[in-house]
Design a binder for this molecule. Structure first.
Ligand SMILES: O=c1ccn([C@H]2C[C@H](O)[C@@H](COP(=O)(O)OP(=O)(O)OP(=O)(O)O)O2)c(=O)[nH]1
Length: 178
């Protein structure tokens, strides 16, 4: 089951879903459109090491936009700060971004019950494409959960991405012991 527009609105009124900034126009029949924040980032090193803390450098998308290149991996961020306290939020692309050859997440679009923060986007493109801050970039969909949640994401001691800011956050895989 996926929450409908009226159910998303009810949850927003209850405070179990928070989306800031919020615009009623961005609410679809069963999703909410999110937008590209002004910060992008790239890893400093060409070769990443899954055991190490790979550093990123942030840069701002200028007014005239920024051309993303294929074979370069970017991190982006949603303009929206969200909180989801009773449902599983999923970040999906939009058909219109997909049709421009833009992928906005790599492998994991699922969020956690209790996730609070801006969403980091894992962006790659099929051909050069100019993107702009504030453009619609994805959509959030919400799934009800079956059963009690013992520990919500924002209550977990080792949650790596809790409270993500309005700048992209790099992989914290290095915090896993392996
Ligand atoms: O494209 C995405 C997908 C998820 N998230 C956020 C929401 C999610 O609640 C959180 C953690 O995601 P996930 O559980 O997939 O990450 P992990 O690598 O397993 O980290 P952790 O060990 O903290 O769960 O990151 C993003 O910012 N961008």
């Amino acid at each position: 089951m996926i929450l409908s527009d009226t159910r998303i609105l009810e949850e927003i009124e209850k405070g179990t879903i928070k989306i800031t900034p919020y615009d009623r126009e961005c609410l679809g029949s069963n999703s909410y459109d999110v937008h590209l924040g002004k910060w992008l980032a790239k890893y400093k090193d060409e070769v990443l090491d899954a055991r190490k803390h790979n550093q990123i450098e942030h840069f701002e998308i200028p007014e005239e936009g920024f051309i993303l290149q294929p074979h370069v991996f970017y991190l982006g961020v949603t303009e929206e700060y969200t909180e989801t306290h009773a449902h599983v939020p999923f970040l999906e692309g939009k058909s219109s971004t997909g049709r421009l050859g833009i992928d906005i997440h790599a492998t994991a679009g699922k969020g956690d019950v209790g996730f609070c923060g801006n969403w980091t986007l894992e962006i790659s493109v099929k051909q050069p494409v100019r993107i702009y801050k504030g453009m619609p970039i994805g959509q959030l969909i919400y799934f009800p959960v079956d059963g009690e949640i013992a520990v919500k994401y924002n209550q977990k001691k080792n949650a790596k991405y809790s409270g993500q800011p309005n700048k992209p956050v790099e992989s914290m895989m290095w915090k896993n012991k392996f």
